[in-house]
Ligand binder design. Structure first.
Ligand SMILES: Cc1ncc(COP(=O)(O)O)c(C=O)c1O
Length: 485
């Protein structure tokens, strides 16, 4: 209350003292422009003075334009404090840590050409939200909220919502993974799980091996942790195992990060024999594998490929990070880290130190939805939908875009190697013609990938897919012709 330090003296008229007190408070910065003053009734009561004195003080201030009364709302300070000392100025640019600078430098959302209204965008590989079965999700929400809404709105546990942990453990078991001695930590998507793992296991300059190319966000996180990234080239069926062996032989690595199914950005699915070979190489060098299973569910063919984690029957050397972000509700930000229970216990403490836990309400609704059988039905529907769309896009790419090769077997994107044409040159021209996509170089931790482009098709209509791909093809041909001149 602004009058708590106000002392009435006998020499001056009270309304003058009140006016002066308010002016002094503005001068000292205790009252800012827009601050609400107590009502005249309140002031008279608190100071035990007549209300008329307060009214006359307020009228005096209002006539000077220092305060203003707004009908039905109250009385407010109308002026800025001119002699304000409230000008603590910080040059934030010079305060930013290396971590902050790296995150911003590698922020593709900020740094790449933005989508503008009316454009055809192949940038995203997010699921098509028009396919989400909102009714089932609403039912799951109402169900779980009516049963345990009160608990879900209180603090929960860092490791996650127990029924969801149990559900996911069983889910992993059904994928052929031995769950004995293993545990799960629920995270805010793959991204937080990966970040927590790197924070828990690595120190700056540690060597981490990954595929080349790889998930752009993973590159950003590895770089922000100051890791020494050794990327190993991929063949058409996954990481080159000879090079993997050589890289591991040359220097001891802390971790190997792999995306074996519907790899981003190539879409490659590592075959069973190769999975075994990769596993045996890592076993030989005793280096843990960090398996990113983000797209596993988007299986288009009927032959299920078990995760690498299933090869590690009795061992504990594979940490699997799961996420449904490419098929279901990425906005819920739910992912999970599956691994050795002692390791998960360490990760749990890191998670708690960071943000206590992921939203329990979200986890509980998600669990209810999955458990209800809705997920199975949904998966059946979207697999067919995305498979058809993938095939449609592939046909258009083959028809319109001159290329050296196209990689992948599925997923929500197609990765194209152009012939002597830079992806960024194509993007620049396509942008002028209303088409945008991801240049391939963002998926490389080095300077390669300049002749690659990634086209995400999940949220683009078939009509726009054909229209957009034709434009890209025209631009590629034009640049190729120009290069020949
Ligand atoms: C390789 C890879 N892993 C995981 C994810 C999912 O990340 P999140 O679960 O944080 O949304 C993506 C999303 O694009 C990805 O490309």
């Amino acid at each position: 209350m602004i009058f708590s330090s106000f002392k009435i003296n006998e020499e001056e008229k009270i309304h003058v003292q009140i006016e002066q007190h308010i002016k002094d408070s503005i001068e000292k910065g205790l009252l800012q422009k827009g601050s609400k003053l107590p009502s005249t009734r309140e002031v008279s009561k608190v100071l035990s003075i007549s209300r008329n004195s307060v009214i006359s003080a307020y009228e005096g201030l209002e006539s000077e334009g220092i305060i203003e009364s707004v009908k039905g709302k109250g009385t407010f300070i109308a002026v800025e404090n001119k002699s304000s000392k409230g000008d603590l100025y910080i040059d934030w640019e010079n305060m930013i840590s290396d971590y902050g600078n790296i995150c911003e430098k590698l922020d593709v959302v900020k740094n790449e050409l933005p989508w503008k209204k009316g454009m055809i965008s192949f940038k995203s590989i997010a699921p098509d939200e028009s396919l989400f079965d909102l009714e089932e999700f609403k039912r799951a929400f109402l169900n779980v909220f009516s049963i345990e809404g009160d608990k879900l709105l209180n603090y929960g546990y860092a490791k996650g919502y127990k029924p969801l942990i149990d559900y996911l453990k069983e889910y992993m078991r059904k994928k052929g993974v031995n769950v004995e001695g293993k545990d799960i930590l629920i995270t805010n998507g793959f991204t937080e799980g990966f970040d927590i793992l790197l924070s828990t296991l690595t120190n700056q300059k540690d060597i981490i091996i990954c595929e080349e190319p790889t998930h752009n966000t993973a590159i950003k996180i590895m770089k922000s942790h100051g890791l020494n990234i050794k990327s190993v080239k991929m063949d058409a069926d996954g990481i080159n195992t000879k090079l993997l062996d050589k890289t591991l032989r040359e220097e001891p690595a802390k971790l190997v990060y792999l995306i074996p199914s519907y790899h981003n950005p190539t879409g490659i699915v590592m075959k069973g024999e190769k999975r075994k070979e990769v596993y045996e190489i890592c076993e030989k060098y005793k280096v843990p594998i960090l398996e990113d299973g983000f797209n596993e569910e988007l299986l288009y063919s009927s032959s299920h490929v078990a995760p690498l984690a299933s090869l590690c029957a009795k061992g504990n050397g594979i940490v699997y990070i799961g996420s449904f972000s490419k098929i279901l509700f990425p906005g819920l930000r739910i992912g999970w880290v599956f691994g050795d229970e002692k390791l998960i216990s360490k990760l749990e403490s890191v998670k708690r130190a960071r943000n206590i836990h992921s939203s329990f309400l979200d986890q509980a609704v998600f669990h209810k939805y999955m458990e209800s059988g809705a997920f199975k039905r949904y998966m059946k529907k979207i697999r067919k939908h995305y498979k058809d769309k993938y095939n449609f896009t592939l046909i258009q790419v083959k028809k319109y875009i001159p290329h050296e090769y196209i990689l992948g077997e599925g997923g929500l994107h197609i990765f194209i190697k152009l012939k002597g044409v830079k992806g960024r040159d194509v993007l620049e021209e396509c942008y002028k013609r209303g088409v945008v996509f991801m240049p391939g170089d963002i998926f490389y931790s080095n300077d390669y990938g300049s002749e690659r482009i990634r086209l995400g098709f999940s949220r683009v209509s078939e009509e726009d897919i054909e229209k957009g791909i034709k434009i890209i093809g025209d631009v590629v041909s034009e640049i190729t012709d120009k290069n020949k001149e």
